[in-house]
Design a protein around this ligand. Structure first.
Ligand SMILES: CN1c2c(nc(N)[nH]c2=O)NC[C@@H]1CNc1ccc(C(=O)N[C@@H](CCC(=O)N[C@@H](CCC(=O)N[C@@H](CCC(=O)O)C(=O)O)C(=O)O)C(=O)O)cc1
Ligand SMILES: N[C@@H](CCS)C(=O)O
Ligand SMILES: [Zn+2]
Length: 798
């Protein structure tokens, strides 16, 4: 570990008088909050289940924050983030800080209670005692949740309406700052930027559906002023305000808003230094605007936005500090110090050392915590990697190398590891590369048109109108997870584990038969995760034991790491689907994860184009699809929930991505006979902008998430006249709430008013793995009843 002395002097006992005597060389934008042993998940879920008190939950939060600050300080980071901790999501925290709570949650003013915050995230069944802020715990559907840019993290979407009034009702950011200072840390509070906050929110106003949310900018800025003034009064030295929307295509309204906002905020709290960050992509035409922001420091992600560096240096305003994000916060590969030093030296030559900070490219919340937690990881592969803690060491080492305080040996060691990976024979497999090279256009083409396939599929499957199905997973109960954990630890035999899985499948299939689910599934009990499970069985992948990353709220994923050429040594799912099919006469749907999603939710190779890796995965999945068909599975779902998330942030890059993404899906799905029905599934997606590509995937059936948005997401399919079959989700699986029959009928009637009933399926929004059996049973019984009512209802002409 590399240390640099940090001189901090306290003047008096007043914590507003923390004075830093040294320059800042390194900083961090955000640290994973989940805890090395997933303490945050365990505590939050225990609290939700009434097994942990509020005080105990708060204490866990406090411990995690203090451990995280301690680790960052020990790594030698000069300026450490605070308010990057959250019990659920940082955007939701901000909504609660400023009292932006939708009326349906019954919040009566005052500080937004943590229970109200959790209700906003998870929906409320209307149970429980009224809480401190007077919230009545009335039944309320959850706020929407969506992808944070092109990551696998999901944020809670702020809602805006004409009547929205912002008020500074919370004090989390102030409390966490004071907490850190009282523990002796030099921290900078982190907040979402005003224009990012407005832009990533959504108008939810039945009376004023066309309400322009930017009307709220003025009052939002007043609130930011108050926040900044209060931070200044507390003695805050630096505040970090994240405006990642700079990496998107900006509308004129957003540009104006950014100008207005930053001109105003830069003057609001004299003495407070503001760092505005942008990350996740190059700024390109937004760079001038970014460089013109009248703040003290700007952060650029030069991992994804290296193209901006020369122009930035040529035009960087005097007296401003530049933070360069050279260490990739979104991947797990060791930083190439030589390449990073080239960028840093260029910047130092132009700006001087005092105006240059070294940082990760973005918050490290997207990276697993530490390689130290991975004793079983292959030593050679491990020597090529860096997780969050190692990334901070890299940041500090790079800064030291730049300034001559780190021994050159550190650079040599780093270069040895980079070279070892580059030259390794474990990465390249000629037969995999040859197979990809031999792919022909006809390999991505079904034999006949959808209309012809449909007839054959109808004859084979004999499904009623409004066929019912689910998305694949059924509850991953504590028992299922515990049996898998025991099996992995060798505490139970493979035979015992598999007998157990068979029992779960039997129970699941019997339930679906009993309620009359038209196309059952086996329940995915054998899977830890829809990506990790496949990665575990494919060559070219490696796994961590503790490499968890927050996906949303208390739900985490352990992304597999793709280090080499990908191939499938043996069938992966066939025996489970075949077994499930043996239990029912109804057509069992086989369940696979698609190539783009496997790519998108893994840590990927950075030594070849993503398209190349995806094609390799597509061929492996194609073999599985064909094996399922041979085993008698008549409908196969290839999930591609991440296809939208993989879309480049800039529209100009979309068509190149969509070409290879769609082609990869088709490559894995097109080998089957016409009568085999191919399904795909997507959730968390805005479909409007990619509807043509979705149609080009040519899946026979697509199931999508639509319930939380009240079928709004279906609009894209309507406008485009989507030709194939669609299952718009009627059951929000992110909420414990059981939807009523009437509600589901209403949603489907809405769908039927715009899409012919002959094209419609009835299904939940997504898999049921996060739900409990009790709610799932009631909800699915309601869903099947809803389908029955729809079948006898007077058709609506679409
Ligand atoms: C559909 N989604 C997914 C995304 N990304 C993925 N990679 N996978 C997805 O499914 N992105 C978008 C959405 C996000 N949604 C979700 C939904 C649900 C989860 C989730 O449930 N995550 C689980 C972890 C899943 C897992 O890997 N489980 C393992 C390990 C279980 C475990 O904790 N074991 C314990 C021991 C238990 C015992 O002894 O009793 C342990 O290891 O300590 C498994 O099942 O084997 C979660 O718990 O958060 C994620 C994203
Ligand atoms: N088949 C998966 C898809 C999730 S996006 C599931 O049901 O969990
Ligand atoms: Zn899904």
């Amino acid at each position: 570990m590399i240390h640099k002395t940090l001189w901090i002097v306290y003047i008096g006992s007043d914590d507003s008088c923390l004075v830093a005597m040294s320059d800042i060389y390194t900083h961090n934008l955000g640290y994973p909050r989940i805890g090395e042993q997933r303490e945050l998940k365990k505590a939050t879920e225990a609290y939700w289940h009434g097994k942990l008190s509020r005080e105990e939950l708060e204490a866990t939060g406090q411990q995690l924050r203090s451990q995280n600050w301690a680790k960052q300080k020990a790594a030698g980071v000069d300026l450490i983030p605070c308010n990057d901790f959250s019990f659920y999501d940082q955007m939701l925290d901000f909504s609660c800080l400023i009292g932006n709570v939708p009326p349906r949650f019954g919040w009566q003013g005052g500080e937004v209670d943590l229970d109200v915050l959790f209700s906003m995230a998870r929906g409320s069944r209307g149970e429980g005692q009224p809480c401190a802020s007077g919230c009545s715990h009335q039944p309320a559907f959850a706020c929407e949740m969506t992808k944070w840019f092109d990551t696998n993290y999901h944020y809670i979407v702020p809602e805006f309406r004409a009547e929205t009034k912002f008020q500074l009702v919370g004090d989390k950011v102030f409390r966490e700052y004071q907490e850190a200072v009282s523990l002796g840390y030099r921290v900078k509070p982190v907040l979402p930027g005003p224009v990012t906050y407005l832009s990533l929110g959504k108008v939810q106003d039945e009376q004023n559906p066309d309400f322009d949310r930017f009307v709220l900018l003025e009052s939002l800025l007043e609130l930011y002023e108050k926040i900044l003034q209060r931070l200044a009064a507390l003695g805050v030295e630096w505040v970090q305000i994240d405006e990642p929307i700079f990496s998107l295509d900006l509308s004129p309204v957003q540009r104006d808003a950014l100008l207005t906002a930053w001109q105003r905020l830069s003057q609001s709290a004299p003495g407070l230094n503001i760092l505005v960050t942008s990350y996740f992509g190059a700024l390109q035409e937004n760079l001038s605007l970014f460089l013109a922001l009248p703040v003290q420091a700007l952060h650029l992600d030069v991992v994804r936005g290296e193209a901006d560096l020369d122009e930035t240096l040529a035009r960087f305003p005097a007296h401003k500090t530049l933070s360069l994000g050279v260490v990739d916060g979104r991947n797990i590969w060791k930083n190439d110090f030589s390449a990073s030093l080239t960028l840093l030296q260029k910047a130092q030559a132009k700006l001087g050392a005092a105006r240059l900070w070294v940082a990760p490219s973005c918050s490290l919340q997207h990276a697993p915590i530490s390689l130290a937690l991975e004793p079983k990881l292959d030593a050679e592969l491990k020597s090529w990697m860096a997780f969050a803690d190692q990334k901070l060491e890299e940041v500090v080492a790079l800064s030291g190398l730049l300034r001559g305080t780190t021994p050159p040996l550190v650079l040599q060691d780093n270069q040895r590891a980079i070279l070892s990976r580059r030259k390794s024979t474990r990465i390249h497999k000629p037969q995999v590369k040859d197979r990809v090279a031999a792919v022909q256009p006809e390999d991505s083409q079904r034999q006949s048109s959808f209309a012809q396939r449909r007839e054959l599929q109808q004859a084979k499957l004999k499904l009623p109108e409004f066929p019912t199905t689910t998305i694949g997973s059924f509850p991953q109960t504590a028992e299922v997870r515990s049996m898998r954990a025991k099996w992995k630890k060798g505490e139970i035999s493979t035979e015992a584990y598999e007998v157990y899985l068979q029992q779960e499948i039997q129970h699941c299939v019997a339930f679906q038969d009993e309620i009359g689910m038209d196309m059952p599934v086996h329940g995915e009990f054998e899977r830890n995760d829809m990506v990790e499970y496949f990665g575990e069985q494919l060559e070219g992948f490696v796994f961590t034991q503790k490499g968890w990353v927050q996906s949303y709220g208390s739900r985490y994923v352990k992304p597999p790491i793709i280090y080499g050429d990908v191939s499938r040594p043996a069938a992966m799912t066939v025996r489970w689907s075949q077994y499930a099919q043996s239990l029912t006469k109804r057509p069992m749907k086989g369940m696979l994860t698609g190539p783009v999603t496997i790519l998108q939710w893994s840590f990927v190779r950075d030594d070849q184009p993503r398209s190349e890796t995806t094609r390799q995965i597509a061929l492996a999945i194609r073999d599985e699809v064909l094996d399922l068909e041979t085993a008698g599975i008549a409908a196969i779902q290839v999930d591609e929930p991440a296809i939208r998330e993989g879309l480049p942030l800039r529209q100009r890059d979309w068509s190149a991505y969509l070409d290879w993404a769609v082609e990869s899906f088709r490559l894995c799905a097109s080998g089957v006979r016409d009568e085999t029905q191919i399904h795909t599934h997507m959730c968390y997606s805005e479909f409007n902008d990619i509807i043509e590509a979705i149609a080009a995937m040519d899946a026979d059936v697509i199931t999508i998430e639509t319930s939380r948005s009240n079928m709004e997401l279906l609009e894209a399919f309507v406008g485009f006249k989507y030709p194939n079959e669609i299952g718009p989700g009627v059951y929000d699986i992110h909420s414990p709430r059981v939807p009523s029959v009437e509600e589901m009928v209403r949603l489907m009637r809405k769908a039927e008013s715009v899409i012919p009933r002959s094209q419609l399926w009835v299904n939940p929004d997504c898999g049921l793995k996060t739900r409990g059996w009790e709610e799932v049973k009631s909800s699915l019984i309601h869903m099947v009843q809803a389908a029955r009512q729809l079948r006898v209802a007077q058709p609506i002409s679409a």
